[in-house]
Design a binder for this molecule. Structure first.
Ligand code: SAH
Length: 360
């Protein structure tokens, strides 16, 4: 017997084609294929048994040839500001995290693309764990699917690849996951509401640019010169700033620069002026990110006044800039923190006056 096919690891169109073949081979009407596809992402069912519109015999025939795996949720923490953090255990035991951030009428889901990360940015907790493995396409998209399977469900309107890992180092899986996230037969999230964040892995930026959909690109800049950027982000040796900027210029949609504010490291007025020149050269929007100190013990965040004056310098130089609100601080919702706490610092955080902690 051949191994069952994982329907979630195919794009919805591929799953439909595969299920049509199955229907034809087993004498089922062709519309059954579309019915099953609807239960993969649009109205997700937790398994075939839950697809109650299908005859029982068909459900068990499907279960013999196909699987629709779940991610195992092992922890869920809720912040006082409404941010929620989920920890999922993958089939081989690695753990990844997903963060749900409500803001007005939107719900942004921050998803992981790798378990761990090889890139070792100096201030990032995920880097400290090292690289474990790439996520499969289904494991990336299923982070959104799992939100729809909660009771009550969490309706996701926006997705950002800003959880664990470097999406462009796992492009083949991210490529498929983008299709599933965006496709109307998949999760139906508009391409402009999906942002891929990268340290500047050039082939990945090229591949994203080649997709016809309007997916958004965010680039982690964090330093306006090679000298400083090399210290903070070892990847700058392979992909120097000038090359990243040149690539960003060719991207035909608006690019966002992410810039984490590190006290006395990259937050001087001169840095702001240099960054402004880079941002202007590719008409980038700059997002200033207050440091989550949990991930970066040897750094301190820039004081709020410093961040505002840095922002003002950029604005005065004609650059559009926003200061990102820090969310989920009380549950350590920054890059990789939950996992570091569980693995490196003993038990998960206990509930405190600000946040309730649920460990499933
Ligand atoms: N690897 C990708 C996406 C994951 S990280 C990237 O680097 O872009 C998402 C963002 O969180 C990046 O901009 C990253 O630099 C930032 N980040 C990492 N650690 C952080 C910390 N301790 N505080 C604030 N932002 C952090």
């Amino acid at each position: 017997m051949t191994a069952p096919i994982n329907l979630l690891d195919l794009t919805p169109a591929q799953a439909l084609a595969r299920l049509r073949e199955f229907a034809a081979a087993s004498g089922e009407p062709a519309y059954r294929a579309a019915q099953v596809v609807r239960h993969l992402w649009e109205k997700p069912a937790s398994d075939f048994a839950q697809m109650t519109a299908l005859p029982i015999a068909l459900r068990s025939a499907l279960a013999e040839q196909f699987v629709i795996p779940r991610l195992e949720m092992i922890a869920r923490q809720t912040s006082s500001d409404g941010t929620e953090k989920f920890l999922f255990r993958l089939p081989e035991g690695q753990e990844i995290e997903t963060v749900a951030i409500p803001e007005g009428g939107r719900l942004t889901l921050c998803i992981s693309s790798q378990a761990g990360c090889a890139l070792q940015c100096a201030f990032c907790a995920t880097g400290r764990m090292g690289f474990q493995r790439n996520l499969a396409a289904w494991e990336i998209a299923a982070q959104v699917r799992e939100m729809a399977l909660l009771d009550p469900p969490i309706p996701v309107t926006n997705v950002v690849f800003m959880g664990m890992g470097e999406p462009m180092m796992n492009w083949s899986a991210v490529d498929i996951a983008l299709t599933t996230l965006n496709s109307p037969q998949g999760l139906g999230i508009g391409a402009r509401h999906i942002t891929v964040s990268t340290v500047g892995v050039l082939p990945g930026i090229v591949a994203l640019a080649e997709r016809p959909e309007q997916f958004r690109l965010a680039i982690s800049i964090h330093a306006p010169s090679d000298e400083l950027r090399r210290e903070l982000m070892p990847v700058n040796v392979k992909y120097p700033l000038a090359d990243v900027i040149a690539q960003a210029k060719t991207f035909d949609r608006r690019v966002t620069f992410e810039y984490v504010m590190l006290g006395d490291v990259n937050d001087a007025p001169e840095h702001a002026r240099q960054l402004a020149a880079l941002a202007r050269s590719c008409r980038a929007f700059v997002n200033l990110i207050p440091l989550h100190e949990g991930g970066a013990l040897e750094f301190k965040g820039s004081p709020p006044e410093r961040i505002s004056s840095f922002a003002r310098t950029l604005r005065d130089a004609g650059v559009e800039v926003a200061i990102r609100k820090s969310r989920g601080k009380d549950i350590a919702a920054a890059c990789g923190q939950l996992r570091v706490e569980r693995l490196g610092r003993g038990a998960p955080r206990r509930p405190n006056e600000h946040g309730q902690v649920n460990v499933a």
